[in-house]
Design a protein around this ligand. Sequence first.
Ligand SMILES: Cc1cc2nc3c(=O)[nH]c(=O)nc-3n(C[C@H](O)[C@H](O)[C@H](O)COP(=O)(O)OP(=O)(O)OC[C@H]3O[C@@H](n4cnc5c(N)ncnc54)[C@H](O)[C@@H]3O)c2cc1C
Length: 472
Amino acid sequence: MNALHQDLVRIVGETDVLSETRDVAPFVADVRDRYNGSALCVVHPRSVDEVAAVVALCVEHSVPVQPQGGNTSLCGGSIPLADARGVILSLSRMRRIREIDAANNSITVEAGCVLADVQRAAVGAGRFYPVSLGAEGSCQIGGNIATNAGGTGVLRYGNTRENVLGLEVVLPNATVWNGLRGLRKDNTGFDLKHLFIGSEGLLGIVTAATLRLHPLNTHHIAAWLAPASIDAAVELLGLFQSSLGPKLTAFEIMNSAQLRMVLTHMPDRQSPLDPARPWHILVELGDSSDEPGLRASVENLLQAAISDGLLTDAAMASSEAQRAAMWNIRHSVTDAIKAAGRGIAHDIAVPISKIPEFLRRVSPALEQRFAGIQIVIVGHLGDGNLHYIPLFEFDAWDAFADPQAVVDEVHRMTYGVAMELGGTFSAEHGIGQYLLAEMREYKSEVELSLMRSIKHAFDPRGLFNPAKVIPQ
Ligand SMILES: Cc1cc2nc3c(=O)[nH]c(=O)nc-3n(C[C@H](O)[C@H](O)[C@H](O)COP(=O)(O)OP(=O)(O)OC[C@H]3O[C@@H](n4cnc5c(N)ncnc54)[C@H](O)[C@@H]3O)c2cc1C
């Protein structure tokens, strides 16, 4: 360790190598307090050359490398295992915006740029970077790319994958691949960037990216809706898509249990509608000009939906402050759940048409099996993606003799139905260390063996983010 430490200091400087336990602690604990890892040290390179030099050194010493961005992973992806003896390579010091090319609608940023800073820089150039999620004040572009982050803008703009034009990556053999191209068309062999997007740091360390920008939406219409049922919510989504589709930017849903949790634990939030209604939708439309008929079209659609019994109530935001307050509720869900009890998180997706069936099959079965369980649901209905979180209050949780057995059974009951309906057990959060058993259970041997081959081709010694994503 001494020799490695001295060499790391030579590369990045004394203050950018942390090895005291108290300094390393925040980097080995995850955002949901579920994982505690260990590491020899944390290194903060400031340039792609420093990243490559750190990687070369780790390879020379056969030391695992844990890439880390904002450490907001919800599946323990950024946390080394408890017995790991590796180096955490944090991208946090690499936060330069290298170029904004407004005419090309692109921005080139370093991997450590915080997502919200990139959004702001785009707005400064009269453009829009559409990836948006609750952790946008701390998650980083490199982490978004490594997890192919989704969020609330996917319905209109796609996942992170659809918004990446080019990448710069340090490979496990310490060479640098410069693929920072701002092109919409480039059919020159394999499109390598797609291998790194969503690879959770297993194949390379993203050091910079060229991202796709969009016209800035200067006008927004947001509304809080109470659909009569989950079937009505799906039907309503179809109505919005068929009549206002291109302007629809978000269609987010939460159930009453989730909304009440936010109101209880964040008393300054106020529900726009009666929180006792079973389902709540935050719908938003955005436009780059103030099309006079748009608001009227939304009002007409909502009026018709109320007349047809699809909606029991609706409230349109009449100011920017009201719109922000609605989003504030949506972005408070993670903290509210953390305060309310022990939630068992599932990030499932099924075809949108199958969401009602998924809920009808899973929720009653769980409620019958576990007394006191609360079904908390929040999600991106427009993408068929639900964060389905059966939750026990802390006392009830502490009373379980074998809590892991409860988690395993709840997982089996939930994922089993999602998979039967043609869905997935991880829609946007990735695999990390949380879902290794599910990878083994639900992925075919063909898929797993292809993933192992790709991993081996890039990283034959298995030093990058070991023991994650691909079960051995
Ligand atoms: C409140 C909250 C809300 C969230 N909402 C959403 C949501 O709506 N949609 C969604 O998709 N996710 C969501 N997440 C999950 C998380 O924010 C995203 O996965 C985010 O993209 C992770 O970015 P990060 O910088 O924090 O990465 P980290 O957590 O640091 O790392 C995540 C993974 O990427 C790897 N990695 C990080 N940086 C690099 C790099 N430069 N090169 C290679 N690998 C790297 C790590 O090794 C790890 O495997 C949410 C999280 C929180 C806490």
